[in-house]
Design a protein around this ligand. Structure first.
Ligand code: PAF
Length: 257
């Protein structure tokens, strides 16, 4: 497995890949877990080559403390990429590599990005969409893999790819859960032992208590601080989105109901 820290070395590798072979890209911020492993495995199965990117994107953190606390497990991440089928990893060392424009140019969306997580994390999706567009432009991949756990992010990235006629196809991948139901997330690493006991109740409550008010009350009783719990219609059926805090860890999840 090759590791690149500069755009130039990534682009040289990209150009060296044989014509007619497919490339899948798995964008990540590191702190990889089995959810990322399933994205890598899917990409490796569906493509001739797989590129993982590891970049803790500063522009998507609306609080600098959240950015600073983001778990950093780089050596373990590289081992995980190799184990689950990546041929190369792009891990820029410095934000200037990705933002030579100092974030002067940005991608924004003016509807769904202001709802749910966007309402509570102003600017978050502008940072996400901007970095993803940059990474997709660099990777020139046939397919890009994103988890359904971040369903709002996935929807906005798919919308951006369509709006800007990107040639990379966005592939949604199912949320990976512990046996308890807890959705795998890099943020779970920051839960205390006691919080880890309570955390699985988030999924259990949102998937079993259909009344929104009752579900919120139950989560509050269990010790969560609910940021939002909202049901939204989809083409068929509805999806329920939740964000809730346990101590200083913010968990998100979503289910079809
Ligand atoms: O989901 C993530 O890890 C990040 O938001 C992403 C898509 C890698 C962009 O930084």
């Amino acid at each position: 497995m090759r590791t690149f820290t500069t755009i130039q070395s990534l682009q040289e590798w990209r150009k060296s890949l044989p014509k007619g072979k497919t490339l899948g890209v798995v964008p990540t911020m590191g702190a990889l877990h089995l959810g990322h492993a399933s994205l890598l495995e899917t990409s490796a199965r569906e493509n001739d080559f797989t590129l993982a990117t590891i970049f803790i994107n500063p522009t998507q953190f609306n609080q600098s403390s959240d950015f600073e606390k983001y778990p950093k497990t780089f050596e373990a991440d590289l081992a995980m990429c190799e184990k689950y089928g990546a041929d190369a990893v792009f891990a820029p060392k410095d934000a200037n590599e990705i933002y030579p424009d100092h974030f002067q140019y940005r991608v924004s969306e003016h509807q769904f990005s202001n709802e749910l997580c966007g309402e509570f994390r102003p600017g978050h999706f502008e940072g996400v969409l901007t970095v993803v567009l940059k990474l997709l432009n660099l990777a020139k991949a046939d397919h890009a893999y994103f988890g359904e756990k971040d369903h709002q992010q996935l929807t906005l990235i798919s919308g951006m790819a369509k709006a800007f006629f990107l040639e990379t196809k966005i592939i949604p991948c199912p949320t990976v859960r512990e046996d308890s139901g807890l959705a795998l997330s890099s943020r779970n690493l920051r839960l205390s032992a006691a919080e880890k006991e309570i955390a699985p109740r988030l999924y259990q409550v949102i998937s079993t208590i259909l009344d929104v008010i009752q579900a919120k009350e139950e989560l509050t009783r269990l010790g969560f601080r609910v940021e939002y719990l909202i049901d939204k219609p989809e083409t068929t059926g509805r999806r329920r989105y939740v964000a809730a805090w346990l101590g200083d860890v913010r968990l998100i999840d979503n289910v079809r109901i």
